[in-house]
Design a protein around this ligand. Structure first.
Ligand code: 6XA
Ligand code: ZN
Length: 343
């Protein structure tokens, strides 16, 4: 299996995020991807390749032009406002009910308009890393479209919380959604399975009124888990998309037997949709030792997850998302990939 990787992510390294009333050390750090890369090499899971450059048009198929323009210039505008050595850009005010969205205001108002949380700082290297992550994703999609059984986009920042015109949750552009749209534009019928602990609100919202892309997500119930405002079981799609969205929120501390039953439900729904390619938003923060999540999957469960995905007999695009236990992350990620390729 080919893995796509770019070192551009190393320059996207905000040291902190604002959370729980204080600045906390960042958990979405470069070591995540570097550790997984080393493990893919160690287990000889296949070549690690540089992405091709797909340009801006696949991004424009999914994202709002105003968001893309803002992300491209945000760091520079922020530093003009607060100085060359300013800390990372984080919004401090939002256009909540009764206020106006401003798409062409100053950097503070555009940050509030386009971001939905304080966990997603913008630094100098953020935009280049974001574009490289999209290119890794599209390179993996291209490989799968050309007939490979699977490919792995090993990239950060992750993407599944970014909607067409809002960023957040450590995500700026939605890598998996851009790849799914790219498959659609090649006449393919993609299904997306999001196994990250957090609901993929961005991916859901991008495809919510469409019947040509299925979105299925297994995640911590938003009644207690981030992103708090989307991911409930009654969100089933709208209009043409009614029935093409399935959320399987699970209780706090769910272990593998609970998770695995939800996975069976998810796979049955995917089979019924009849896709010709599966995209997996591969978040590994369902692990029992994850520092920000509350599920209880163990290392060997990820082998089972990979094997179970293989029963669909579909080509699979694996897209790296969350997962923050730096000691376990390399092994549990590689376990999913190995479980898949060895079955
Ligand atoms: C913000 C938590 C963001 C969760 C990011 C994540 N405090 N998403 O792992 O999948
Ligand atoms: Zn997550």
């Amino acid at each position: 299996m080919k893995t796509f990787y770019s070192p551009a992510h190393l320059d996207h390294a905000p040291p902190e995020e604002f959370e729980g009333g204080r600045m906390n050390p960042a958990v979405e750090v470069p070591r995540r991807v570097e550790g997984v890369k080393a493990e893919v090499e160690r287990r000889k899971l296949g070549p690690i390749l540089a992405p091709e450059d797909f340009g801006m048009s696949p991004i424009a198929r999914v994202h709002d032009a105003g968001l893309v323009r803002f992300l491209g210039e945000a760091s520079e505008l922020w530093r003009k406002c607060y100085g060359e050595d300013a800390p990372p850009a984080i919004p401090s005010s939002w256009p909540a009910r009764g206020l106006r969205n401003r798409f062409d205001g100053d950097v503070e108002s555009r940050l509030g308009t386009y971001a939905f949380d304080t966990a997603t700082p913008i630094v100098k290297g953020t935009w280049a890393a974001t574009l490289a992550a999209v290119n890794c994703s599209l390179s993996a999609a291209n490989t799968v479209a050309e007939g490979e059984r699977a490919a792995f986009a090993l990239a950060r920042p992750p993407g599944h919380h970014a909607s067409a015109d809002v960023f957040g949750g450590y995500c700026y552009l939605n890598n998996v959604a851009i790849a799914a749209q790219w498959f659609v534009d090649r006449g393919m019928k993609p299904a997306i399975l999001d196994v990250d602990y957090h609901h993929g609100n961005g991916t859901q919202s991008i495809f919510y009124s469409r019947s040509d892309v299925l979105f299925v997500s297994i995640h911590g119930d938003p009644s207690f888990a981030y992103p708090h405002f989307l991911g409930f079981a009654d969100e089933t799609g709208e209009g043409m998309g009614e029935g093409a969205n399935l959320n399987l929120p699970l209780p706090m501390y769910s272990p593998w037997d609970v998770y695995s039953a939800a996975l069976d439900t998810a796979l049955a729904r995917i089979r019924a949709f009849g896709p010709d390619v599966l995209l997996v938003s591969l978040g590994l923060d369902t692990f029992e030792g994850d520092p920000i999540s509350r599920f209880r999957l163990r290392s060997e469960d990820y082998l089972r997850m990979g094997e179970r995905l293989a029963t669909l007999k579909l080509p699979v695009h694996f897209q790296f998302e969350g997962g923050y236990n730096l000691d376990a992350l390399p092994a549990i990620t590689a376990n999913v990939l190995e479980g898949f390729v060895s079955s």
